[in-house]
Design a protein around this ligand. Sequence first.
Ligand code: BDP
Length: 739
Amino acid sequence: MIRPAGRRRKRSRSAEERVGLGPVATLVVVCWTLLAALDPTAWAEDGHELWLRFHPLPAPARVRYRSELASLVVDSPGSPTLAIARSELARGLGGLVDGPLTETASIDRDGALVLGTPGSSAVIAGLRLPLRALGPEGYLIRRARAGGHRVILIAANTDLGALYGAFRLLRLVQTDRPLDRLNIASRPRLRLRLLDHWDNLDGTVERGYAGRSLWDWDALPGRLNPRYAEYARADASIGINGAVLNNVNASALSLTGPYLRKAAALADVFRPYGVRVYLSARFSAPIEIGGLATADPMDPRVKAWWTAKADEIYRSIPDFGGFLVKASSEGQPGPQDYGRSHADGANLLADALAPHGGVVIWRAFVYADKSGEDRAKQAYVEFKPLDGRFRPNVLLQVKNGPIDFQPREPFHPLFGAMPATPLMMEVQITKEYLGRSTHLVYLGPLYGEVLTSDTFARGPGSTVARVLEEGAGSEGLSGMAGVANVGSDRNWTGSDFDQANWYAFGRLAWDPEASAREIAEDWVRMTFGDSPGFVQPVVRMMMGSREAEVDDMTPLGLHHLMARDTHYGPGPWVAGGPRADWTSVYFHRADRQGVGFDRTSSGSNAVAQYAPMAAARFASLAPGSEKTLLWFHHLPWSYRTASGRTLWHELVVRYFRGAAYVTGMRRTWWGLKAYVDAQRYADVAGRLKIQQREADWWRDASIAYFQTFSRRPLPRGYPPPRHPLEFYERRTTPPDPGD
Ligand code: BDP
């Protein structure tokens, strides 16, 4: 829409040059310009504002909120955090109601907004609010009478709680919620809500699909990119309170003096937003940067080195969060290099950090190099015997499923199996196995599915969310980490829709039982706008998008069928190479008789790692277990699925259904052009076009491949793959940008 407008303007200018513009023509031009300004497609947005997009609300809402939120009471200067909370309210509400918010020193009218803590606000102190149960990060938003006026309070025990409350009030207004009966008390249910950045020191991002690293290591600590504060602000707006700056496949250099000074500069920027800095620590750092001959956790010199390193870190980053460690995993150094256990390794670092209040987040993503054991079982086998042997400031970080961030996995058997160890769940926000930032896949339902899975560990109702929340140990640690999808791209996440996954992660880490649909709805309204004609179709499209990706890539519990290394595009034929458990054939086990990995008692018996009731569900062939059918069973091609179709027929139906969903998403999006600015509309449309091509590719390649085993014809009405299998096998996939 923009370009034709430009062309038309140009024509009228040249006409003016020739004959001069008469009054009628001037009127036409003015009217046209006004109309163009009202046409939502005539402006371009680049997505940089994320969900913190405070454009004016429709007129009736503006009028309503202007009277309900008449002024902002600033009764004490407060900390930098409180100052940010105030300026966010002023900026956000001012933008939404399209006029500056009056600031006053005391309550002088109805509709005054009072923000703060009992320490910073005499009004809040005087009201004796029930703040105790809110803890250090929670907040209360409610109506009250104070100074003879009706006011709205955002009250908390800490300034950070007040900041979270301010963002919550902004969300209410952005999504046009009524404020007349406000009474919200909210506190995060998990303590650590972290983003893990897999950022390398050379500026690349492992499995990152949104440009380069946000951290400009070369220019730090001298030059501070304004995006650092913008990033922390976005995190704070959804309750994220920590960032691990560097890749789990860590370079020891990140622990050297110069890099610690760079990390400290970032920590200074993040601090007022409540975002603490953490670092991935390389286990062999005492050798690589410490000049020691060993990194053996039992060696006193190694202990002394880590103690001194921790002291050095806390001198420059007094609120340093702690270390994230990938050790003895996928070739990374670790305690097992010295015949020591994961607990020995974790405790070494935990002891160094404990005097400063830091934590060790030890990853459970380990599987041995030459083990004959089912890969899905290995983390449990390794860690279960160590339950209770970690220091109280150690959390074990467990991926959502037992393999590796697949489109669908059953929950990890370690959830519920480590009652004496605080567990943190790790999910991927970046979509390594789900079409990178090209495919539109909303991950809220994936996170929600795992969080609400019942481990039955302490009887029915012991969902993963509860297991995480209840934590363990004297420190009561709990948490959730998301592998970040943000990068240097102007819109942060490569695709606009991937912003929703960052957003949903934050919201679910705050409240693991929140509804993925409601989160999507809020996100759409905040990010694009509030028209019901837009919001409902987009939310519907998002909500089905993950299931469609499962259907199109790994239906019925199949897993790890992506191309080798890149994990992008189909590769069910991947075989050979250095390790069996890095191949697709290892996971799908297709043969002339059937397909799937038998993990019941007749196979690897991975089901036995779950509590009996969960194990019985997974081992069952009841219709309700179909989502993980081929994860746990090897079944004949003729097996009757819940639909009454044979397994072969059902697989074909799913592949077609997945690809057809993408066609549907494209149509939906085309129909919404009038609601979206031109730039974001075109970007999403372009990505959906690629997704459609790739969905067809996945469908055809997978069917062509599995048909060589099933040797069954395609069901009637389903066209054959457009190319022979060899064509798909030869096709290369784009490399990982972080490689
Ligand atoms: C795998 C990724 C790899 C990561 C690894 C991990 O392919 O890049 O290093 O996970 O989580 O999914 O450590």
